[in-house]
Write a protein that binds this ligand. Structure first.
Ligand code: 5GP
Length: 344
């Protein structure tokens, strides 16, 4: 359906290394072959994608990122991966993207080089793409606090140097690992420096941590699967979210394919939508889950029987929650223009 493709969309929850499409991975493998770098990914290539009914548990699902990481461990490969991924989001009708990624030290680059490589590609993309792209620096919660602090320092440094590109910081990674509490001082430092914050919240049933996260008042939340009492939350977690109305980045296919949600019909999107908690449709890892942003909109609309007008307003509302303050108005105008043109 071209409506979903043509609808101008903002993507606010996309992990770079989970977003690599099969075409991009092939391109990266070719790049490695041409550079004479030994290819260690053959055995795992088929295991990268997690479809509906995949038998792997959540912890095993996290293993797949090692496959992508083996293809993005030097600056040139990372630059290629970033550039191809930006193009794919634009081709899918995305007009604004906040790409997120966890800086890694590898034998070929430092964390700072990692971040600056992505920044460089984002800056260059403005010459040939109409889509606006920004970077959210990720912290993996399995990392020791000292490394999280190091990443926050780098993120602040890059935010000061490239304020047009770096917009925020986020906490992700295996929700079974680490404790949110221990990351609070580092996150507060980022917040004070002016970075926006989004937290993966309630991917597993952990009401105590969910409450700590909500009380921290991040700018946005990722997933929010287990906040409602029906899905492992408590009355308090749910009422706190409803009161604070923190926007939730919702990733339908990701939640269904990792079995965080039993099926699309019972996805918490509906509870959030009905409670007027702001929701933003996102992909999470479009490569791993073989999806696209337009497909996620289509699934959401078909599952919950939204009208075209409601769909366009979902995309319109999302514009309010982008981290780049100066992008809000132009995005809003773009959506209003689309709505007017289609009499929605
Ligand atoms: P990268 O940050 O390397 O570009 O993207 C992959 C990383 O994103 C993973 O290693 C993991 O830390 C994070 N990630 C991707 N998808 C999810 C998800 O659904 N939940 C959580 N908690 N983290 C994720």
């Amino acid at each position: 359906d071209t409506f979903f493709l043509e609808l101008p969309k903002v993507e606010l929850h996309a992990h770079l290394n989970g977003s690599l499409s099969p075409a991009t991975m092939l391109e990266l493998k070719r790049f490695h072959a041409d550079s004479g770098i030994e290819d260690k990914t053959n055995a795992f290539f088929d295991e990268f994608q997690i479809g509906a009914g995949d038998s792997r548990n959540l912890a095993e699902c996290f293993q797949v990122f090692n496959i992508a990481h083996s293809l993005t461990s030097n600056p040139k490969a990372l630059a290629l991966a970033t550039s191809l991924t930006l193009q794919e989001f634009q081709d899918d009708g995305c007009c604004y993207l906040e790409l997120r990624s966890t800086p890694r030290d590898t034998p070929q680059m430092t964390k700072l080089q990692y971040i600056e490589t992505i920044i460089d590609i984002i800056q260059k993309s403005s010459l040939h793409l109409t889509m606006i792209s920004k970077l959210i620096v990720s912290i993996n919660r399995k990392l020791p606090i000292s490394e999280a602090e190091e990443i926050v320092k780098l993120a602040i440094e890059c935010y000061k140097k490239y304020p047009d590109v770096v917009v925020g910081i986020e906490l992700s990674g295996d929700p079974m690992a680490g404790e949110f509490k221990s990351f609070v001082p580092a996150l507060l430092e980022a917040k004070e420096a002016g970075l926006k914050i989004t937290l993966h919240c309630g991917e597993i049933c952990n009401p105590e941590e969910i409450l700590e996260m909500l009380k921290f008042k991040p700018d946005r939340l990722g997933h929010g699967t287990c906040i409602h009492p029906k899905y492992g939350g408590t009355e308090e977690t749910w009422s706190t979210l409803c009161k604070l109305k923190i926007p939730v980045e919702v990733c339908l296919t990701s939640n269904v394919n990792t079995k965080s949600t039993p099926d699309y019909e019972s996805h918490h999107f509906k509870l959030l939508y009905d409670a007027e908690v702001p929701v933003i449709i996102c992909t999470d890892d479009k490569g791993v889950f073989s999806t696209s942003l337009s497909r996620e909109y289509q699934i959401c609309v078909n599952t919950f029987s939204l009208t075209s007008s409601q769909t366009a307003r979902l995309a319109l509302n999302a514009c309010q929650y982008v981290f780049a303050d100066n992008a809000r108005k132009p995005l809003n105008d773009k959506l209003l223009n689309f709505i007017g043109k289609h009499s929605l």
